[in-house]
Structure formats: C-alpha cells, structure tokens
Design a protein around this ligand. Sequence first.
Ligand code: CP3
Length: 355
Amino acid sequence: MNPSLSTPAAPPDVMSSTPLLVAAARRQACKRAPVWIMRQAGRYLPEYRAVRETVSFMGLCKTPELAAEVTIQPVDRLGVDAAILFSDILIPLEAMGLEVEFTERGPRLPAPVRDRAAIDRLVVPDPAEKMPFVAAAIRIIVERLAGRVPVIGFAGAPFTLACYAVDGGGSKDFARTRAMMHSAPADFAALLDRLADTVAASLEAQVDAGVGLVQIFDSWGGNLSEGQWRTFALPATAKIVSRLQARGVPVTLYLGGGPHLIDAMADTGADVLGLDWRVDLETVLDRLGDRVTVQGNLDPTLLYAPPARIREEVARIARGVAQRPHIWNLGHGILPDVPVEHAQAFVRACQEIQA
Ligand code: CP3
C-alpha cells in the first residue's frame, strides 16, 4: 500500500472503477504507479513492422481499423496500463492546410510557414470534417479494450508544432522558428494561438470519442529560455489545458530538455508533468509538492542495457519518488531497435517494484 496516497480520497466504488492511470493523474489513492511507454506502438514491435509493410505511415494513421490494431498491440505484448492512440502530432498541421510528408529521414513540410500571409492562410479545422479517422479509431479502440485499460489522446504543443511548421522538418535547434519569434513576435504569437485552437478542438473531439486522459507533447520546448517559454508557449498551452480540464479529463504536459522550465510547466495548470531523464523526479516533487503528478523518466537508451540493469534503475527512481504521485514512463519515446524483452522487463519492473 502506498502510505502517502492512502488517505481515502474517493469512496471504494469510485476507486475501483477509476483506471489506475486516471487516478494517478488526479493524485488519488493507487495500489501502485501505472506504466506506459511513449511511442509504445512502433517499430521495435515485429507485429507493428508487419502491419507497416502493407501500408504507409500516413495510410496507417488514416485507416481506423489498422490504427486501432497497432494501438492495442503493446497492451497485449507488454501489459502496459494504458493504450495511446496511434496517430501523429503532425496530422492536425495537415488539416490546417500544410503539406506533410513522412520520409525515411523523418517528417518534411515542403512549403513551411515563413510569413504573416502564410500564418493567415492556416485554418482552424473542424476535426469531424478534416480528421474523422481519429475519432473513428478511438471508438474502435475503446470498444475493443472494453475497459481493460484507458486510452490516452494526444496532440503536439503549440511551440513544438510551430517548430515543424516554420522550420519545415526536424532540426537540431529550430533556428528559423526561433528567428521568427525574435523578428516578428506578434506574428509568432498569432501562429501559436491558432495552433492552440486547432489542438484544443482536436483533443476535445478525442475526449468526445472516449479517451480518458490527454497528453500534450512539447518535445522541443527545451530550446526556449524560461522567459521565452513563459511569453510565447505558456499562454497558448494553458489555453489548451483549461479547455480540456473543462471536459473533465486530466491533462499531461510532456516537455523535452526542460529542467529549467518545470515551474513554468506547472503554471499551465497541467495535472501531470511528463519529464525527461535530465531531471530527478524527487527534486520536482519536493519543489511542487501537491500540485502535480510526475511522469517518467528513464533514459530511453537504458532499454539497451540488460534487464537486471533496467530493474536497478527502476528501483533507484522508485526510491526517489518514495510513493508520491507518479506515472512510470521513459523520458522520451522508445527507440526503434530496442529488444522487445527489454521493454517487457521495464514494464514488469515498474509494476512489481514499490519503494
Ligand atoms: O506513442 C505512441 O505509440 C503513439 C503514436 C505516436 C507517434 N508519434 C507515432 C509515430 C505519437 C504519440 C507520436 C508523437 C510525435 N510525433 C512527436 C512527439 C513525441 C516525441 O517523440 O517527441 C513528434 C515530435 C512527432 C513527429 C514525428 N513523427 C517524427 C519526428 C517522426 C520520425 C521519427 C521516427 O521515429 O521515425 C515521426 C514518425 C512516427 N510517428 C513513427 C511512429 C510510430 C515512425 C513511423 C514509421 O512507422 O515509419
């Protein structure tokens, strides 16, 4: 039992019907911390690669039956405590009117957003009209899982989406995006606000289709200083958080490379902070007290190490967290050539080890 969480926050009947993930996100009593893995549906799974041989990545995202199948694969294979919708953060950019390609070397936008006219051409799409395959996939997943585990919905954070929209693909430091922030701050703020409206509407549609929690990915937010993140990213991100909380679901904000942004992340009002391996979870819990649940944060490359090492690292993190509100995960997505048995060993260790 979990001493710090053992105060009966909810009557037993409510506790037993609330999924572990949602209870942990709400800082309610939990028998153990739940576990899932970012990018858990992906190339390290042979059954995912088998499906991908028959269909392109975009084709997979847009075929609800197949998206549902690969969403459920890691639930069956790893026994994780949540499913995450199979889709991509760049799907809403396409729905806004941008061309998006997935190449061998990652995503590419051949006509990036570089000026005010391009920002003004971006539409805030109606998800039911422009991304109907997302809700359709969620409905199949929810029906097929029949309450076994909850489904996580997700979207990119406004700043991270702006990085792809403006730079036109992956980058070391997203210099063009940051240059727009400095040279045309009002335009950049308008871009982030439009992205926030798109993301909020997309996540609301995912909630209506049945997801139990949503996660916002600010994978590249750590490229900003705290002042920059507070000025530009915070207002747009906080707007999404409050719209989704009004729909009754907890919200997780994941931020990559941002130990310096933790207070700013908490100021969005997010229920859960998703953290990478550069920060100690106990430091965050000590500082933010009862405000948040923390999620993470093993270094993804640790999954190349033997299972005994993985277990030691899980035990080390468990001691630091000391049974305070926590959701197990990696600090970033699982890498495509990790052995499946190592991912299984990670999940098993998280479910067995209690500090
Ligand atoms: O977590 C899950 O299992 C759900 C599916 C999911 C994908 N992308 C599938 C995917 C999620 C949650 C994402 C989010 C995403 N997409 C992020 C934020 C998380 C992060 O990793 O920081 C970002 C930045 C993207 C953009 C993106 N999509 C990149 C940079 C790439 C190429 C890199 C890569 O891993 O190949 C993608 C493609 C992508 N998205 C794949 C998958 C499974 C690989 C495509 C394939 O099957 O060939």
